[in-house]
Design a binder for this molecule. Structure first.
Ligand SMILES: [Fe+2]
Ligand SMILES: [Fe+2]
Length: 322
């Protein structure tokens, strides 16, 4: 028997209830507000609740999820997975899982440089060099802030490139060779750099405004550049990563000279890079710099593939290459 849409809606809202301070009321149109609320809570902890008179409750029944002093009520009850570290203690990060952690390969050659040959390489190279100028003027030798700013930009190309390759794969009914995932991994890795430096550098309001403006411009510019010429886009990122390695070299020099205190490593960095518990900021900058060198290689490699008239999908992407 068919049930009308309004009848279904009525039934749906009638089954949703919330409990506040022991009082109970039927939710009705508040269900919509509760669903919206559910998207605003980032770190949630499940707190199953049993509906009065319903016995032991059910998986599809009403559940409340708590995160700090916030709580969310959702009929759908998607329970977060409880994770533990290798030593059995609670995993406290909601933004990445233990399976995504790794030990950085710090033996990578940091001094490698792609010598610009053709004119497009030269445009990419000098374009990136010119971008360094305003950064030098704005941040001077505040390398923790430079790092934070750099990471807000560096996390964009992988996401844009991965998204465009994803759409291309759909349009053309073809495999990507793993490059979608490789570029998204790079974006995620860069974002984790940002999450780490957020712990040691607190941006001022005008620095936040700058990030906002730069992201708006850079995202769109990179999108257009990747659509027109992926080989130049990847080359630009290759040179950006070379500059990132240089910036982190300078960061380490500042720590070694005592201008930047070598504070204990943030807990998120210790877990993400599987660092020893007594690691310091210098150790963190070392592993981040190694990541940048890996990104440099991946992007120059991708650009080289295009320059030779080949397609990325023909060469397996370096997945998990950190
Ligand atoms: Fe980075
Ligand atoms: Fe990078």
């Amino acid at each position: 028997m068919m049930m009308s849409r309004s009848a279904m809606k009525l039934l749906s809202t009638a089954t949703v209830r919330t409990i506040h301070g022991g009082g109970e009321f039927r939710q009705g149109f508040f269900a919509l507000g509760a669903r919206n609320l559910s998207s605003t809570v980032s770190a949630v902890r499940e707190k199953p609740q049993t509906e009065p008179g319903s016995g032991s409750g059910s998986a599809a029944g009403h559940r409340s999820f708590e995160g700090g002093d916030k709580s969310v009520v959702s009929y759908w009850g998607v329970a977060p997975v409880k994770l533990t570290k290798e030593d059995g203690t609670e995993w406290k990060w909601s933004c990445f899982k233990p399976s995504e952690t790794y030990k950085a390969d710090v033996s990578i050659d940091l001094g490698k440089h792609h010598v610009p040959g053709v004119w497009t390489d030269k445009v990419a190279y000098w374009g990136v060099k010119m971008l360094r100028l305003p950064t030098d003027i704005f941040f001077k030798r505040r390398f923790e802030m430079r790092a934070m700013m750099l990471e807000t930009v560096a996390a964009v190309p992988g996401m844009v490139g991965g998204m465009l390759l994803h759409c291309k794969s759909l349009r053309r009914f073809e495999h990507s060779g793993g490059w979608i995932r490789a570029l998204l991994e790079e974006a995620e890795n860069e974002r984790m750099h940002l999450m780490t430096f957020m712990e040691v550098a607190k941006p001022r309001w005008y620095e936040r405004a700058l990030v906002f403006a730069v992201q708006g411009i850079f995202w769109n510019l990179y999108f257009v550049a990747y659509v027109i010429s992926p080989k130049v886009a990847h080359r630009v990122v290759g040179y950006l990563e070379e500059e990132a390695v240089h910036s982190y070299n300078e960061f380490i020099k500042e720590i070694d000279s005592g201008n930047i205190p070598n504070v204990p490593a943030p807990a998120i960095a210790i877990d993400y890079w599987r660092l020893p518990p007594d690691s310091t900021l210098r150790d963190v900058v070392m592993v981040v710099r190694a990541d940048e060198a890996h990104h440099r290689d991946v992007n120059h490699y991708a650009s080289d593939i295009h320059y030779q008239g080949l397609q990325l999908k023909e060469f397996p992407a370096p997945l998990g290459y950190h």
